[in-house]
Structure formats: C-alpha cells, structure tokens
Design a protein around this ligand. Sequence first.
Ligand code: AMP
Length: 279
Amino acid sequence: MAPIVRDKARLLEMVTPWKQSGEVVGVVPTMGALHDGHLSLVAAAKAVCDRVIVTIFVNPKQFNNPEDLANYPRTEESDARKLERFEVDAIWVPDGDQMYPKGFATTVSVSDLTDCLCGATRPGHFEGVATVVAKLFLQTQADRAFFGEKDYQQLQVVTRMAADLDIPIQVMGCPTIREEDGLAMSSRNLLLSDRARVYAPVLNEVMERIAEALRGGAIMSDVLPEALARLETAGFTGVDYLELRAADGLGLLESADVPSRLFAASWLAGVRLIDNIAV
Ligand code: AMP
C-alpha cells in the first residue's frame, strides 16, 4: 500500500532523495472519489515517470457554493485501495491547515482564459484551482503533472499558470474516459439519483450530434434550439453554457473553421455536469 502522507515535512523528506538522484517525479492532482478517469491519469504518469504522487484534496477555495463543497463525495479508504495496483510512491492527503495555514493570504489568478465557461459561471473557481495547483506543484516538486481533458479549461489554465510562474513542470493532458453510454466519468456522477443517471448521457449525445452538424458546415445558431429542447425534455433544468470555442485560447466561435471544442455545463436533478469534445 502506498504511504498516505499528511504533512509537508514528511512529503519533503520523501521527495528530496528522489530529486537528488535525478528521478522523474509525476503528480496527479485529484479531489478523490477516484474513478477510471482519474486512474487513467495515474497509469499515464506511471508509464513515463520514475515516481508518482497522487494528491487527494477537496480544495475549499475552488467551490463557490458551500452546499456543493459539503456534498462533495469523500472516499479516502476506497481511493487508497483503488491505487494499490498502480504501486504509486505516495498519496499526498493534506488537511486544510497544511494547505492553508492561519494567515494564508495569497491568490494565484490567471486572466483571459478564465473569463468564460466555468470561469464566468463559477466566480472564484479558477483562482482556487490555480492557487492550490501552484502549491501542489511546488510541494511535490514534480517534473510532470497529469490532468484530464474532461476539465479542458482547467487544463489550459494550469498550463498557463505554470508557464507564467516559471514553475519547471510539464503539464500533460489526457483524454476523457467515459462510461459505456457516453457519460463522462466524474466524481459528481455518484450524486445522481438512479433516474437522473438514466438521462445523464443525453448531454454527451446532444453534444456529439451538434459536433457532427458543425463538421458538416452548420453554425451554432442553427443547431442550438433543437439541442436545448432535447436537454430540457431529458430533465436538464438549466444550461450554464453550450458553446463552441477555439481549442487554443478558448475564443468563442460560431462555426468550426479552426481546431475547436464544444463545451457544455448543465444541471440535472441538482447535479452540475460538464463535458467537452473536440469538433
Ligand atoms: P477532480 O478529482 O474532479 O478534480 O479531477 C482530478 C483530475 O482528473 C483532473 O485533471 C480531471 O480533469 C481528471 N478527470 C476527471 N474526470 C476525468 C475523466 N472522465 N477522464 C479523464 N480525466 C478525468
């Protein structure tokens, strides 16, 4: 079983000799409630790193809604069991005081990329993400970090942040892992009722249909009304966004004439689901 590390001094003690002997250290930051999406990042890290640290921290600073934070699934014991077969070198599970000791006063903020999508609908979210990820990068001294394309905007934001702050780490994006019915794996799927789980894949289904139309030359305003109606019929109660944006830089697009991705966030029975696909 990989050691569960709970304090910074112990983490430093473990990492220092790895760094001194020139081993390549990988980090996989997560908020736990691990599923096959997370585990695909761990496998990717194991394939190209000598040492792998998985971090589990439900970061209060990236939740703009206290109820969402309180309801977020916490399953540390089963997470550790799921990691066993990967033989990772450490599971870094800091508590709130380790991460944000009394007097903590610094925020890392990435502009432009965070103006849209989840940045616009979840105020403060990406400041929380950039702040904690900068700390995780520095605490683990990792050479490579592994993030999912499932959270594509987050992947762009942390890549920008590391480059801007000269943190010597290579950020690697890994493909989204899905359930058989197309639903993107997410810790939040655990919060779906049985009935909501039946309708949840409609989000990806609608997105695939839009993407196909865009590839055939359609424009967003042609295809949006039918897509929104389909989501409403399936029980989605609010769409935070359903937008086509440039894969690089996230500029808003009406048609897919540059490499682009379709992004969606929508609510189903009180659970916010997000997804994005390449067009
Ligand atoms: P989270 O625990 O939700 O903060 O996610 C931790 C990391 O796992 C992030 O880099 C996510 O993008 C990634 N991730 C979450 N779900 C998936 C998925 N279905 N496929 C691939 N990566 C994922």
